[in-house]
Design a protein around this ligand. Structure first.
Ligand code: PLP
Length: 515
């Protein structure tokens, strides 16, 4: 199997950049980028005078980490570890291969002039070697899965530690800890990613919602339409402007707002609609925008769970008049702390949100509005620039795992799987199954007994939240939201879950329904 790794990892072989300068006088092999290699080298050796047809390698190391730098010529390196095989063709270029401990390596197909430098993390030690392949297999096979965390952020860190560390260093080196070019850099690339004209960073997803509503002058006496089934922030942001969140029920199979019920909720006080692309599945935006246009309403996408999702080919975040994003650590695009952002094609709106999040200042110490302090800091922005580069690959991996669930859990009585509209490319922030017949609590306990982490998004619908009691919602007015609160159960789904982990969840879930 030829594989080119997209996800570099402390635990997996990966390619790093090195500098090799060539000119008429010869090759100057400079090995830089120690940080990217991820370890210090104690021992360096060279491989040269290799016969083209020879093989080298044929062993693994228990502790030693190595980095292969092909300074001249070419070689194929096959690595095997953790039940996976990777094959790399390295040519004299500016790339080197980092091989963590625990990988069986075979080197072959040397070019005639091949010269390889090997950087090793430690001195030679005979008992570090595994020279017997069968012994290696026993040593390296991943132990059978017997637990699956709902999400493990430690894996995210391990997967990109060197890049994250470099981002932290960049921030320190910049000497700027509020605002500045690292924030601007991220804002520009996130706007481009979301296919919107502009983006601005704020302190969190909640502020992204509230500040946008405030920028539109939404206040007491106004009404804003929100789905009855969502995270509380959507409705809370409306309520905290003084306006009233008006609820609309959701669709049973996708759990997002039922656009066919929106128009009936519009009154002369309505100013805006907040569609939530819940679980990463886009709302049917074309008919929603048509309704908004007919009634002269703003549309603010709550895209906190939908970074990268597409609706009819277009990215969430570019579909309404503005969109609010959260970079909470477990979101598809997560920071390492709080963070949020607003995207829009309306540059004036984005400027207004930025101003409101910076004490309402038009320029330093001149305050036009009653603003607040809500800024994305450069440390988080620099870290987000690292995660943003991986977002498409990670969303792709989420999609693979979601399909695995959809196949593996297909056709079980008493279980409803999430639907995907034919115009939607969801990003599976959450994989929420619906457990019918009042059995959710039993399945939850069953999976917990099998050491599988689950979550409920969300157990109490907006109209039953105590904080909104003053709004006097009809307790029976939103039956589907009510039903979802009783039936949804989110299974583990993260880009860094293995196939085997998801298979284990599928197996245990099937066992439950087979009993
Ligand atoms: C996470 C989330 C928010 C709020 O984001 P924070 O960054 O936690 O403030 C808002 N809406 C939805 C749908 C969310 O999932």
């Amino acid at each position: 199997m030829k594989s080119e790794l997209h996800l570099s990892s402390a635990g997996e072989p990966h390619i790093v950049e090195v500098k090799i300068i060539k000119d008429a006088r010869g090759t100057l092999g400079i090995i830089e980028g120690l940080k990217e290699v991820g370890f210090d080298f104690r021992r360096i050796y060279f491989m040269t005078d290799l016969a083209c047809a020879s093989n080298r390698g044929g062993h693994a190391h228990k502790r030693l980490k190595q980095c292969f730098v092909v300074m001249r010529g070419a070689v194929t390196i096959k690595l095997e570890g953790l039940g996976r095989v990777h094959e790399f063709r390295l040519e004299n270029c500016d790339k080197a291969l980092v091989v963590p401990a625990g990988y069986w390596r075979d080197l072959y197909d040397f070019s005639e002039d091949c010269l390889i430098a090997v950087l090793a993390s430690d001195y030679y030690e005979e008992d570090d070697y595994i020279r017997d392949y069968a012994e290696f297999l026993a040593y390296s096979m991943p132990s059978a899965v017997n637990r699956v965390p709902y999400i493990d952020l430690g894996r995210h860190v391990s997967d990109m530690r060197a890049d994250l560390q470099a981002a932290v260093d960049r921030t320190f080196d910049s000497g700027t800890f509020i605002g500045g070019s690292l924030v601007e850099e991220f804002e520009t690339s996130f706007a481009r990613y979301s296919e919107a004209e502009k983006a601005v960073g704020v302190a969190n997803g909640y502020d992204a919602l509230e500040l946008t509503l405030r920028a539109w002058n939404i206040c007491a006496g106004d009404e804003v339409i929100v789905p009855a089934h969502t995270f509380v922030a959507t409705a809370l942001a409306v309520a905290r402007t003084g306006a009233s969140p008006v609820l609309v029920d959701v669709e049973q199979d996708t759990a997002v707002i039922d656009v066919s019920k929106v128009e009936a909720a519009i009154t002369p006080k309505t100013k805006a609609i907040i569609p939530v692309h819940l679980y990463g599945h886009p709302v049917d935006m074309d008919p929603l925008m048509a309704i908004a246009e007919r009634h002269g309403l703003w549309v603010l996408e709550d895209a906190a769970q939908a970074h990268g999702a597409r609706y009819k080919g277009r990215r969430c975040g570019s579909l309404g008049h503005a969109a609010a994003f959260s970079f909470y650590p477990t979101k598809n695009l997560g920071a390492f702390g709080d963070g949020g952002g607003v995207t829009s094609n309306d540059a004036a709106l984005v400027a207004k949100v930025k101003q409101l999040g910076n004490y309402g200042a038009s320029r330093k110490y001149h305050h036009n509005d009653l603003g607040i302090n809500s800024r994305l800091d450069p440390m988080q922005a620099a870290l987000l620039s690292v995660t943003l580069k991986r977002l498409d690959a990670w969303n792709g991996r989420r999609d693979e795992l979601a399909r695995r669930y959809l196949d593996g859990l297909h056709g079980i009585e008493g279980l409803r799987l999430p639907a995907v509209r034919n115009w939607a490319e969801p990003v599976w922030h959450v994989f929420a199954i619906q457990v019918l017949d009042g059995r959710r609590v039993d399945l939850e306990a069953w999976l917990q007994a099998a050491s599988i982490g689950t979550n409920i998004h969300y157990p109490l619908p907006i109209h039953h939240q105590k904080c909104f009691a003053y709004l006097g919602y009809d307790p029976k007015g939103f039956p589907i939201a009510e039903n979802l609160a009783q039936t949804v159960l989110s299974l583990p789904l993260d880009a860094l879950h293995s196939d085997a982990e998801i298979d284990y969840v599928i197996e245990k879930t099937c066992d439950f329904f087979r009993r």
